[in-house]
Design a protein around this ligand. Structure first.
Ligand SMILES: Cc1cc2nc3c(=O)[nH]c(=O)nc-3n(C[C@H](O)[C@H](O)[C@H](O)COP(=O)(O)OP(=O)(O)OC[C@H]3O[C@@H](n4cnc5c(N)ncnc54)[C@H](O)[C@@H]3O)c2cc1C
Ligand SMILES: NC(=O)c1ccc[n+]([C@@H]2O[C@H](COP(=O)([O-])OP(=O)(O)OC[C@H]3O[C@@H](n4cnc5c(N)ncnc54)[C@H](OP(=O)(O)O)[C@@H]3O)[C@@H](O)[C@H]2O)c1
Length: 457
């Protein structure tokens, strides 16, 4: 296929859109990225503007630099293990510069609508593309526009939610708010960034993850409960958990997120933050009712209840994939942003090039049914509605296959650079081998020989 004849619009200049643009250009597609803001970086391009959702200026990535990087673009040696907002934004800006993406990016361009090519009313305001990637990120589904803790000085503040945003914002408020409550309906496995001195995301090796994924596919309930017991032990070995904080029972790691925070548990322990039951009702301007029947007085509520996809920009085009959340929600669960976004977009480039044959619709439907059966088995008593999940090992193996990385065939070191190591359909990166070796040396120097801390898992 002559990909240079295929015009692609990539909508959104966050990490996902940027690596998608690069991976499409690399395969010869005529791709252009449209970004509504005046800068790239998406959520990581902090602004004080309360109408624009971004991470906080104080946000530290919760995934280490060894995992949270694109396959052919390592972070700098002098970067800290966990990049902060400015460093991660600079990493994205460097990526744009090194791969000369700038000339293919149109800033200050809001895409209002994507319409079917068969629509009659083609006006001048529409541009024509053969393919569209929507990388517009998440949209906050509530009124929270938290930017600076100073705005909450001397207020009694309730944070609703018990995941990473709730942990970050509630600790950020300490020293500013008069009282801080965290209201939640379920527990969670919580970890500091470093466990026994090593980044938490280096604990499981690729081999371990593959074995665990295979076990989970064959015997979900048994294998997941074994894995969860290990995760429970590791989490408890990091921090002493007061039962009053209700971290347990926690939903399975395989079907739910974990919390990564260095500050949240210490702030619960010193009493700066109080864990309370789920918010059930706002009674009046200053009073809320909780699930345990108690009422408390608050001046302000910050909902840290997650993100939803933006409303679809697409109108009049049939959904290309059967209605299932199996792949759509993968990123929500997997989280390893740069690595997963890079792999996803390599796979898309290969599929669009015609180099990888997608399943037929009936095969996809069978896969989806099988996936739903697996989810039901894995969930046990957990409420299915709250869960967005993929079978990680299986899903990764499919992506690697579609992207043509040869990782499945050759297995490699557990680093994103391995996706560019071997000859395959997508372009190989000559720097990959050295980057993997350097990352491993660096990890070894900082944390000792093993990267798959046996005793921690
Ligand atoms: C506080 C916080 C911390 C996080 N920390 C981590 C972490 O440590 N590691 C990790 O892997 N993940 C992390 N995540 C998750 C992940 O980083 C973000 O979800 C990530 O920025 C998503 O990238 P994206 O490109 O999909 O979307 P975004 O970064 O949201 O980018 C979307 C872009 O699309 C643009 N856009 C939207 N609509 C239009 C339109 N109609 N026309 C043109 N442009 C449009 C937006 O302006 C934006 O620039 C974090 C998320 C949050 C909220
Ligand atoms: N420092 C960082 O790197 C950092 C910081 C913040 C966020 N992030 C990332 O950003 C993404 C989003 O994180 P997030 O914390 O904003 O969202 P999230 O992971 O989706 O968590 C949402 C939280 O809100 C709760 N919730 C949702 N609906 C609720 C309801 N109706 N009533 C009560 N509770 C409700 C959920 O509880 P249940 O479990 O009961 O559903 C959960 O505790 C994640 O990938 C996260 O890792 C990273």
């Amino acid at each position: 296929m002559d990909t240079s004849q295929v015009r692609v619009a990539v909508i959104g200049g966050g990490p996902q859109g940027l690596c998608t643009l690069k991976n499409l250009l690399e395969e010869g597609f005529d791709a252009t990225l449209f970004e509504q803001r005046g800068c790239i970086g998406g959520l990581w391009a902090y602004t004080d503007d309360p109408n624009v959702t971004t991470v906080l200026e104080s946000t530290l990535a919760n995934i280490s630099k060894y995992k949270n990087c694109f396959a052919d673009f390592p972070t700098k040696d002098e970067d800290p293990v966990y990049l902060n907002q400015k460093q991660f934004l600079r990493y994205l800006q460097d990526y744009v510069q090194i791969f000369r993406l700038g000339e293919k990016i149109q800033l200050n361009t809001v895409v209002l609508e994507v319409i079917s090519p068969h629509k009659d009313d083609q006006e001048e305001k529409y541009s024509s593309f053969d393919k569209v990637i929507i990388a517009t990120g998440g949209k906050i589904i509530h009124s929270s526009r938290f930017k600076k803790p100073q705005e909450f000085r001397d207020l009694d503040v309730m944070v609703v939610g018990f995941a990473n945003t709730a942990a970050d914002i509630s600790t950020e408020l300490v020293g500013h708010a008069k009282k801080g409550y965290v209201s939640h309906r379920r527990g969670i496995y919580a970890f500091p960034r470093l466990v026994n001195g090593k980044p938490i995301d280096l604990i499981a090796s690729r081999r371990f993850a593959t074995i665990a994924g295979t076990m989970a596919a064959i015997a979900p309930i048994r294998s997941l409960s074994i894995q969860d017991r290990r995760i429970d032990r590791t989490s408890k070995s990091c921090s002493k958990l007061d039962p009053a904080w209700n971290f347990r029972p926690a939903p399975s790691r395989s079907t739910n997120r974990v919390m990564v925070s260095d500050t949240f548990i210490p702030r619960l322990a010193d009493g700066s933050i109080k864990s309370v039951a789920n918010l059930t009702q706002i009674i009046d301007k200053n009073t809320v009712e909780l699930a345990d029947g108690s009422n408390i007085s608050v001046d302000c509520i910050i909902f840290c209840t997650g993100y939803a996809r933006d409303p679809p920009l697409v109108t009049g085009i049939e959904e290309p994939i059967p209605s299932s959340n199996a792949q759509d929600n993968a990123k929500n669960h997997l989280q390893l942003l740069c690595e997963v976004a890079d792999l996803e977009s390599m796979a898309i480039a290969q599929i669009w090039k015609g180099a990888y044959q997608m399943l037929t619709e009936s095969q996809m439907n069978r896969e989806i049914d099988a996936h739903h059966r697996w989810v039901n088995a894995a969930l046990g008593d957990e409420p299915a509605a709250a869960v967005k999940v993929v079978q990680e090992a299986k899903w990764r193996a499919w992506l690697n296959d579609a992207a043509g990385t040869n990782v499945n065939e050759k297995l490699g070191v557990d680093s994103p650079h391995v996706m560019r190591l071997f000859d395959g359909r997508r372009r190989k990166w000559d720097g990959a081998r050295d980057a993997i070796i350097r990352a491993n040396h660096d990890v070894e120097e900082r944390y000792g020989k093993r990267t798959s801390g046996k005793k921690n898992t």
